[in-house]
Design a protein around this ligand. Structure first.
Ligand code: FE
Length: 132
């Protein structure tokens, strides 16, 4: 079991950059094809940019053509939390880091096999750690 991290909005503001804060803590979305990881093919792991929990593996990354890093699954299901998101007149499922509650992106059911899920994640919510 990982211990949960709770911080006040003020604390997050001090730790994160302005853009990180807007996505991770205010559920914003970076513009497509602008993030640092949508086209990255290196082997490694993707960590939560807010708390460092390992979330996704390059083994599960695929090119969705959306302009956001996309994965078929998290490293394990307990790394993420899923939450209904009915904002902007859409029915979506939000994906959050299970450890610190930061917003990562959304999960859709139009992904490739074997999960048929597509985790559509903001680059700015992640930090890539290259496999050594
Ligand atoms: Fe986190």
């Amino acid at each position: 079991m990982t211990e949960k991290i709770e911080r006040s909005e003020e604390e997050w503001k001090q730790i994160l950059s302005r853009d990180e804060f807007l996505v991770l803590r205010k559920k914003g979305t970076e513009p497509a094809f602008t993030g640092k990881y949508y086209d990255l093919r290196e082997k490694g792991r993707y960590l939560c940019a807010a708390c460092g929990q390992e979330l996704f593996s390059s083994d599960d990354k695929f090119d969705s053509g959306t302009g956001w890093p996309s994965f078929t699954k998290p490293i394990s299901e307990d790394r993420v939390a899923r939450q209904e998101d009915n904002s902007y007149l859409m029915k979506r499922t939000e994906v959050l880091c299970s450890r610190c509650g930061s917003h990562l992106g959304h999960v859709f059911d139009d992904g490739p096999k074997p999960t048929a899920e597509r985790f559509c994640i903001n680059s700015i919510s992640l930090n890539f750690k290259k496999e050594d």
